[in-house]
Design a binder for this molecule. Structure first.
Ligand code: NDP
Length: 340
């Protein structure tokens, strides 16, 4: 049973060599009386928050730290049930939810697992558009931003797992949508595949404030914040009065948590009466069935596109994961461990 473990806690940017693939052993049959399930892992999800778990976390926190040296990394993924001691799951069921970075797992904590009932869409979608990032985009836009037709929407890290969906939701609502991303390929995707009105490569802009003024001469109604730091500072200067900011993530800060960049322009929140709200997707799992009812038809009718970046093999997991922090991924970063 191949596993990916963290060698030691990480400081600064994580490297591929901070992780290691080891060979463990595991019984594929459950012990008599067990209420857990044994699964074969099919797809793993690479998510930016996993960086926070590579640090020793002291005190109460949303996330728990990984255990370096022994336990495989955990995250989201898609798996197939091989053996079950629990009445809600049977052999052959497909599930998504919390799982481990290994070929096979024994899962005893079954909360946070969802049964996959719709298999006419790619299974990998349950790590992205139909999984945690999809629900994040959905609640972060519809519940947090209170969007209205015709509003001006800006999204950072716009081509990623979450951002590409927020942009398409905003277009479906009839908003004017601009996204920023870190390469020409990503900017082209935003314009040509996801239907954004405009997009720009933030790495080519020496003056982010000026760039935003170019795309939003009248200001921004809604900012979907994935990045933080300098981008947030520039956006604050360009928000309209009564604008809304959905604080989903701040990926530019995750590797410099000991020296986070100061945001200078928070006073704009006062003068412009801006509503800025953070959220954690886990608080919204109860609306997952409603979310599926909305998303599945969108996918089937081709109203929403989804781009994935699929790395093949558990061995490719560490490079795929650290690639999130340099923008190597084009779309949702997935690791394929095994086909069904
Ligand atoms: P992405 O698929 O967007 O991957 C991360 C992307 O971030 C990279 O591809 C890169 O794109 C961009 N990036 C990396 N470093 C920087 C940097 N220093 N400055 C600017 N951009 C950078 O990830 P997700 O869509 O999965 O996640 C997006 C955000 O949502 C993250 O901040 C994440 O933590 C957050 N999140 C929050 C949740 C919640 O419950 N609040 C739940 C899930 C995600 P580029 O090439 O464009 O720079």
């Amino acid at each position: 049973n191949k596993q990916v473990i963290l060698k030691d806690y990480v400081s600064g940017f994580p490297k591929e060599s901070d992780m290691q693939v080891i060979n463990g052993t595991m019984k594929l049959k459950l012990q008599e009386g067990s209420h857990g399930i044994v699964v074969k892992n099919l797809y793993l999800s690479c998510d930016p928050y996993m960086r926070s778990r590579m640090t020793r976390v002291e005190g109460p926190n949303v996330f728990t730290s990984y255990t370096p040296g022994s336990q495989p990394l955990t995250g989201f993924g898609v798996a197939k049930v091989l053996d079950s001691g629990h009445p809600n799951f049977k052999k052959g069921d497909l599930i998504w939810g919390t799982n481990s970075w290994e070929e096979y797992s024994l899962i005893t904590e079954l909360e946070g697992l969802f049964k996959i009932k719709n298999t006419d869409v790619p299974l990998s979608y349950y790590t992205g558009i139909l999984g945690m990032p999809g629900l994040t985009a959905y609640v972060g836009f519809y519940e947090v931003c209170s969007p209205k037709k015709g509003e001006y929407v800006f999204i950072s890290a716009a081509s990623g797992a979450v951002g590409q969906l927020v942009g398409q939701f905003a277009k479906l609502m009839g908003c004017y949508v601009v996204g920023s991303a870190g390469s020409k390929e990503k900017v082209d995707l935003l314009r040509n595949k996801f239907g954004f009105d405009e997009a720009f490569n933030y790495k080519e802009e020496t003056d982010l404030d000026g760039a935003l003024k170019r795309y939003f001469p009248e200001g921004i109604d809604i900012y979907f914040e994935n990045v933080g730091g300098k981008m947030l500072d520039a956006v604050l200067l360009n928000m309209k009065d009564h604008g809304r900011i959905s604080v989903c993530g701040q990926v530019s800060q995750y590797n410099i948590l000991d020296q986070p960049e100061g945001v200078q322009n928070l006073m704009c929140l006062i003068y412009k009466r801006i509503h800025m709200k953070g959220f954690v997707v886990f608080d919204y799992y109860n609306i997952y069935p409603k979310f599926l009812d909305v998303m599945l038809p969108y996918i089937r009718e081709g109203k929403i596109m989804y781009v994935e970046d699929i790395a093949e093999g558990l061995e490719s997991g560490p490079a795929a994961l650290v690639g999130l922090y340099s923008g190597r991924n084009v779309g949702k970063q997935v690791v394929l461990i095994a086909r069904e």
